[in-house]
Design a binder for this molecule. Structure first.
Ligand code: CP
Ligand code: NVA
Length: 326
């Protein structure tokens, strides 16, 4: 049912299709763990275009494609003519004539939409400024693995409430019928059209948008992401001051008052100063941690890294389901 389709944003797929992908990922995960060979797509070629940096998404598409028996070609930022000497349309015509599918991570959502329209092959959005759909499959698979099901769960995203990950969580939660609360300062809450999309595709989820941190109470999942996304040019210090009251720390966990809650993060995370930017922020302003404290991060690290691993199994499901019977 997903054959030949692109995955550009969550609403491209129905609830049934998203659940099917999560189920397919569970099967692929079992096969991988059991060392069962699954080279179902031998002979196919896929291209991975990355206009922004990536560890998880790039690694996941590469390993998933190779496990399925495909040849995987990485086309990094500045390595092809795209943008500088050639339009998205012309690049799409060329790549579509050679590759069987294309992953694209970039800035504007319109670019990945054009790529899909013109190339004529399945295109998978590996993150744009607006959406991060493949991340969602890994996140909801991890929640399902942990709690056994998704029914009646509440996920609370706290932090920059209008970035790609927040948008995607809001809409995916609605499609899957998982309650989503977004806690963010008013200036960083989701755009009205994103909230509208979520309500148009809602299957019984309670959607809450608030700046009140107390709304964390009783949540099953706390989710956060970086406070400054790739490509944003705002003053980082201003953003930090705006979001520090929304940090995921021990006080927030106490306020949630749910001994069974879990914490997720799409990664990368600023939980210590073992990075160039982390060290720089420490030298300038004295912060050792931003959106999540190191103590909370370490407590939930096994699940957070399970979530990261699940990127590969879920992306494999997307590749397989959209390319099979090619
Ligand atoms: N979560 C995520 O997309 O990570 P990367 O930026 O490393 O791909
Ligand atoms: N919101 C982040 C997600 C990274 C996976 C960004 O766009 O940089």
């Amino acid at each position: 049912m997903l054959q030949g389709k692109s995955f550009l944003k969550e609403i491209d797929f129905s609830q049934e299709e998203l659940l099917h992908l999560i189920h397919s990922a569970e099967k692929f995960k079992q096969m991988k763990k059991g060392k069962v060979v699954h080279r179902y797509l031998e002979g196919l070629n896929i291209a991975l275009i990355f206009e922004k940096a990536s560890t998880r998404t790039r690694a996941a598409f590469t390993v998933a494609g190779q496990d399925l028996g495909m040849q995987v070609t990485y086309l990094g930022q500045g390595e092809i003519q795209l943008g500088k000497k050639e339009s998205v349309e012309d690049t799409a015509r060329v790549l579509g004539s050679m590759f069987d599918g294309i992953e694209y991570r970039g800035f504007k959502q319109e670019e990945v939409e054009t790529l899909a329209e013109v190339s004529g092959v399945p295109v998978w959005n590996g993150l744009t400024d607006q959406w991060h759909p493949t991340q969602m499959l890994a996140d909801f698979l991890t929640i399902k693995e942990h709690f056994g099901d998704l029914t009646n769960r509440t996920l609370t995203y706290i932090g920059d409430g209008r970035n790609n990950v927040a948008n995607s969580l809001l809409v995916t939660g609605a499609i899957l019928g998982v309650n989503v609360t977004i806690i963010a300062p008013k200036a960083l809450q989701p755009e009205p059209e994103i909230v509208q999309l979520a309500s148009q595709h809602n299957h019984g989820a309670i959607i809450t948008i608030t700046d009140d941190v107390a709304e964390i109470k009783g949540t099953d999942v706390i989710y956060t992401d970086v406070w400054l996304s790739m490509g944003e040019t705002v003053d980082f210090k201003e953003r930090i001051d705006q979001l520090m009251p929304y940090q995921v720390n021990d006080d927030l966990l106490a306020l949630a008052a749910n001994p069974n809650l879990i914490v997720l993060h799409c990664l990368p995370a600023f939980h210590d100063i073992k990075t160039e930017i982390g060290q720089e922020l420490y030298d300038k302003y004295g912060y050792t941690e931003l959106e999540i404290t190191d103590s909370v991060f370490q407590k939930y690290a096994p699940l957070i890294f399970q979530e990261a691993e699940n990127r590969m199994h879920t992306i494999k499901a997307v590749l397989y389901e959209t390319l099979k019977n090619h």
